[in-house]
Design a binder for this molecule. Sequence first.
Ligand SMILES: Cc1cc2nc3c(=O)[nH]c(=O)nc-3n(C[C@H](O)[C@H](O)[C@H](O)COP(=O)(O)OP(=O)(O)OC[C@H]3O[C@@H](n4cnc5c(N)ncnc54)[C@H](O)[C@@H]3O)c2cc1C
Length: 472
Amino acid sequence: MHKNSNATRSVAVIGGGIGGLVVALKLIQEGYKVTIIEKQNFVGGIATSFHHGDYIMDVGPHVLTFPTKSEITDEIISIVEEENLIDLPSMSNLYKTYFQGSFFTPGTPISKIFTTLGIGFSFRAFRSYFISKCKNLFKSKFHTIDEYMIASYGEFLYNIWFKNYIKLQFTGSDYSLKNIVNSYPGLSLKSIILIIFTKKSHVALTDNISKIRSSQFNKYPKLGMLFLIQKIQDRITDKGGKIFLNSTITSITHNSPKKITFEQNNQKNELNIDAIIYALPPKLAIQWFPNPLQPSPPKNLAQNAIMVFLFVDSPGLFDWWVINFNQPDLIFFRISQQNFLSKNICPKNKTLLCIEIMCNDNDEISKYEDSKLLSIVLSDLKKIDILNNETIDSKILKFNNFYIDSQMSSNPQQQEIYNFINSHKQEYLMGVLQDSGNSSDSNPSQSNAGFHSAFLNAAEIVKKINLDFTKK
Ligand SMILES: Cc1cc2nc3c(=O)[nH]c(=O)nc-3n(C[C@H](O)[C@H](O)[C@H](O)COP(=O)(O)OP(=O)(O)OC[C@H]3O[C@@H](n4cnc5c(N)ncnc54)[C@H](O)[C@@H]3O)c2cc1C
């Protein structure tokens, strides 16, 4: 279809996260009239940055998970422009996992972990494993995750490592026995022998990030993710796209002619459009449709985030970027030194530390005052020798439903909503895009990573819209 023939066709994009922005830009490039309606007073959604004095705090994605070379990679470079990107060192060296007082790199062979943790630890782990194996020798069916994991790995390793680890890994998604069994096939005696005598690692014990990250586009916008978002936003508005922020949608008419009514600053607006794209999580998008999916309303599996940003009066606290924790005795599950990625997001000789805490509405922690949260964070950081006596200023940001279930394909409820919305003429659900970090050169089309998927899905939706209008 010729681009000019789209000039009178209007499309509304609901949600101005990276997904909504990219699809809006691509539609404008195809000649459509595009309007973005966003609930917040900023675009970017999860992918955004906040300013605090001279600091720029990135709350969501910190990596452009793209293959090293691809059409999409070229597209992102042309948007951000090469001079605004900085090269990152190999990503596999940037992550560590803290376990029992030691820091491990992803992919560390299990034998090395046991050697590091000492003979006492190894003895307890193996003894507990063998006892569990003997107890469950003839058992083939398990009823709970605890039962299955203890039978597979032993009580000691389960309690000390897996219990918390799998909860973190399955945050916001289907934490069911079936999924756990598929993800963590138990350790057989044969695999134990292999572990002892080879350099084998285990996906759960050492986060197999190294392979993934080595084939990645290792660049980062030197002024943080917001810079990239603003570049896309500028392109949209420069080309005539409209963005309504702070807007509350009050109704959507799905039949032709389609109509969206929304309020912005107490003012009622009406938009007549030809097509609608829902660029937000399926369970949010479904609110504008009459209750079609009874009797099972979508479950909310998302977790809230408390992000404690520390502005530290010292040039660097450790020599890498991220440390993952899964110790219930520490309040956080991840900390990252944001200035490790770009010195420009932080004044010279200072450190910007981001501490992530995950909780749900019912957790005690979600009711804590900021001062209490800060004092626990500081004391935990001192406990593991990350902080000493540096001068620290802080800012705490809280986000609801931040860690989300975004794997549409593995969640039948989300898939159901996706199919339902897409069954409406000229309506398209983009959904929220998953970050698995799995953007690889060998098979870029299989990438699930958030930013990469935003570009892939946007191109797909534009193709569909063009085709649907041709058929009309
Ligand atoms: C901690 C973290 C780290 C991540 N790291 C990476 C990474 O390194 N690399 C990577 O590629 N991806 C990463 N991701 C994933 C990536 O951030 C997401 O996949 C991506 O930002 C999702 O974009 P989206 O536009 O689909 O959704 P969102 O960003 O959620 O956008 C949805 C938008 O819809 C708006 N909205 C909601 N309700 C309404 C309503 N009623 N009306 C109007 N608007 C509404 C929201 O305000 C929001 O702006 C990470 C995610 C997290 C949480």
